[in-house]
Design a protein around this ligand. Structure first.
Ligand code: XMP
Length: 318
């Protein structure tokens, strides 16, 4: 794509001019935007860039490992991987209110990120994958207390550490960022990745979040997405995920009675996340997924599908 090639060259020149020989820190979230921002900046200034991946332990199954392998292994970009899963779980212990979960995760994220940033010498800039829609604030999340991308905006850090901001995607829309990602060699599955909320699986586990529940949900979610990919449906869906409900129901396995959790499946089509329609899977597809989840995931004995569109429902359950 010609225009993206030109954009890339221009953006690289601008980044070089802005940062000179200073160090830049970039937080990776596992999503497309921060990945593309990091790749672009790395092309511009090489190892003056350090990426920090705060691993909340609340990502999808296998995705943390993928991020580390892609950046460190494939792209050879310096990456600090902070495994903070147990810290996040400690902070979330017994918390059930969705807004409190978001606030705690946001605050913990900032603390961890800032501590890492302070260990690095010569950092003068913070890089962010801010897009044009973020700039014009056309998207708003759950309520006034939750600002856009609250989780990935390391609120207050630039001021506290006197850092300049590098935001090379500020003029781009999502589809353009994907195009730029391809141009920069980001693998296709990463480019096409569904959006994922900053608070991660914590808001897909109504009630208290525990290590065990996160692991159970990751398995159910992995199976759902595997089947979606195999059926060639992934790119027709805006977001698809499993939710682990705090409800136990009775089932039967062999000749024994079971009493285990319910898992809800959610998949929607959407253009911008503001409105959404439930995805009309074939019944046989849902049957196959339900069967696999109940048979393969310990702790789940029932699966239901969410037929609610947005509005009046939201995409996430919390
Ligand atoms: P809802 O559930 O409000 O979600 O229909 C709309 C879109 O926003 C995502 N979402 C979030 N993203 N932090 C984020 O970074 C959040 O707290 C958050 N809550 C919802 C959701 O996944 C969907 O794409």
């Amino acid at each position: 794509d010609w225009s993206m090639h030109a954009y890339r060259e221009q953006a690289i020149a601008r980044i070089r001019e802005q940062v000179g020989d200073a160090g830049v820190i970039c937080g990776l979230s596992g999503g497309v935007d921060s990945a593309v921002a990091a790749l672009l900046i790395h092309e511009a200034i090489g190892d003056q860039l350090t990426c920090v991946f705060v691993d909340t332990g609340l990502l999808r199954y296998g995705e943390a490992k993928e991020v580390v392998e892609l950046f460190r292994g494939h792209f050879n970009i310096p990456l600090v991987h902070v495994e903070a899963g147990s810290l996040f779980l400690e902070k979330l212990a017994d918390v059930t209110d969705p807004e409190r979960k978001r606030k705690i995760i946001g605050a913990t994220f900032i603390d961890v990120f800032e501590a890492e940033a302070r260990k690095l010498p010569n950092i003068r800039f913070l890089a962010q994958g801010t897009l044009y829609p973020d700039v014009i604030e056309s998207v708003s999340f759950k309520g006034p207390s939750v600002t856009i991308k609250s989780h990935h905006n390391v609120g207050g850090l630039p001021e506290r550490m006197a850092l300049g901001l590098v935001e090379p995607l500020r003029e781009l829309f999502k589809d353009e960022v994907r195009e730029l990602g391809r141009e920069l060699g980001l693998p296709e599955p990463f480019v096409q990745r569904h959006p994922f909320p900053g608070p991660g699986l914590a808001v897909r586990i109504p009630g208290a979040v525990t290590a065990e529940r996160v692991a159970t949900l990751q398995q159910a979610d992995r199976i759902f997405l595997e089947e979606i990919r195999v059926s060639g449906l992934y790119d027709r869906i805006w977001q698809a995920f499993a939710v682990l409900l705090p409800v136990k129901t009775v089932g039967v396995m062999g000749d024994a009675r079971t009493y285990e959790d319910v898992c809800a499946l959610r998949a929607v089509t959407s253009v911008d996340g503001m409105t959404a329609d439930f995805f009309p899977f074939e019944p046989a597809f849902l049957g196959r997924v339900a069967n696999r989840i109940v048979n393969e995931v310990k702790g789940i004995n029932r699966v239901v599908y969410d037929y609610t569109s947005k509005p009046p429902g939201t995409i996430e359950w919390e």
